[in-house]
Ligand binder design. Structure first.
Ligand code: ADP
Length: 363
């Protein structure tokens, strides 16, 4: 989707794709085939471009740092990307900077497991356990039923790397704040959105968000502060938990994010255009919404494919087909509806996504 915007913002795009048929290569000017964590492939990419940027987080930070030391310009930089790749680092750094995150402990060694003792007594429920690195779409996040199970799970996860154990918070909602920051420090903030999860995966994004003006302003202020704090260049989504105690930061995505796909049709400048503008050193475009409401529904493969045609026939929706091979559970596309009445847009977007072949539950 970044490729669709590149020419309009004057960027020549070279994609490092895992396979020649990778959908990301469809709209690129040049394609290199290789893995994002392979040194030789990254060196070829760095040699062919002025700036390296990212559309996923499965990157090797140490490798990127080595390339940066040799002169490769990564935007965002490897030290910024660490805030999204390494959950233990993010939680520790943010807590120290007085940014609101859930109560947590970092488990690095067997002896740290002692910190899980009588967790439920202290926090009211067993901890949520998160692999510090490598998890996405809910993989690597475990919700033990009691403290004994938490201990067993944590020990098992620890054998594969650092673990974040954190308080299981009461979720009134989850919201995401998309923000872009230029090389020169210009910041633009998009309208806040609600994200709806099913089985750890985002299934729907909608706006406007039904929270009070104070929390709205707080989300905006926090996102701006985080953008400065992490040295952002590009687009970032800050995912928040809305809790009875207020907003808590969950995680950062340091790239165009699923919660911002609605901006393709729904905002004056899409997240992809602003990401490319930012990383190529240009001024940013307006993040203003074009309509009062928007709904985006992800198409996540059900057991059998549906009909793209039938999905497109639903009135008032735009269907984005990622041209990926059908596989149950895989994100295959998304549907966006923009307008004034969020309830009506919700019905239309889900009708289209279902026709296309998603069987996730709406919330
Ligand atoms: P991932 O990196 O795989 O997206 P997250 O840390 O965002 O994982 O967790 C996935 C989902 O699990 C969240 O969107 C939220 O619904 C739930 N979750 C995560 N952490 C907590 C928590 N501390 N308390 C309650 N629910 C949580």
């Amino acid at each position: 989707m970044m490729g669709d915007e590149a020419h309009a913002v004057g960027v020549e795009l070279t994609v490092l794709a895992a396979t020649p048929s990778d959908p990301a290569s469809r709209s690129a000017d040049h394609v290199l085939v290789g893995a994002a964590d392979d040194e030789e492939s990254l060196r070829r990419l760095a040699g062919a471009t002025d700036v390296v940027t990212f559309d996923h987080e499965l990157v090797d930070l140490e490798l990127l740092a080595r390339l940066e030391a040799l002169g490769t310009v990564c935007r965002p930089s490897s030290s910024t990307l660490r805030f999204s790749v390494d959950k233990a680092f993010q939680r520790t750094d943010f807590a120290a900077a007085d940014l609101p995150v859930p109560h947590h402990v970092i488990l690095r060694h067997e002896t740290d497991l002692a910190a899980l003792a009588s967790w439920s007594q202290r926090f009211g429920s067993p901890p949520v356990l998160k692999a510090s690195r490598g998890g996405y779409d809910g993989r690597g996040v475990v919700f033990p039923l009691d403290d004994d199970e938490a201990l067993v799970e944590a020990r098992e996860m620890l054998s594969r790397g650092e673990v974040v154990a954190e308080e299981r918070v009461t979720l009134l909602a989850e919201v995401a704040q998309l923000v872009a920051r230029s090389v020169h420090g210009q910041i633009v903030v998009y309208p806040l959105v609600t994200t709806v999860q099913s089985a750890g995966m985002c299934v729907e994004v909608r706006r406007p968000v039904d929270i009070d003006a104070v929390e709205h302003a707080f989300a905006r202020a926090l996102a701006e502060r985080i953008a400065e704090h992490v040295g952002l260049v590009g687009v970032m989504a800050v995912e928040f938990f809305v809790t009875p105690q207020g907003l808590l930061i969950n995680e950062l995505a340091l790239r165009p994010h699923n919660s911002g796909h609605w901006t393709i049709e729904g905002a004056a400048t899409s997240q992809f255009a602003n990401h490319l503008r930012a990383v190529s050193g240009q001024d940013l475009g307006s993040p203003e919404a074009l309509t009062p409401a928007a709904v985006m529904v992800n198409v996540i493969g059900a057991a059998r494919p549906g009909s793209l045609r039938a999905a497109q026939d639903v009135e008032g929706v735009v269907v984005h087909d990622y041209a990926k091979e059908w596989r149950p559970g895989r994100k295959l596309g998304h549907v966006t509806a923009i307008g004034t009445d969020v309830a009506q847009l919700h019905v239309r977007a889900w009708e289209s996504a279902r026709a296309y072949g998603t069987d996730t539950q709406e919330a």
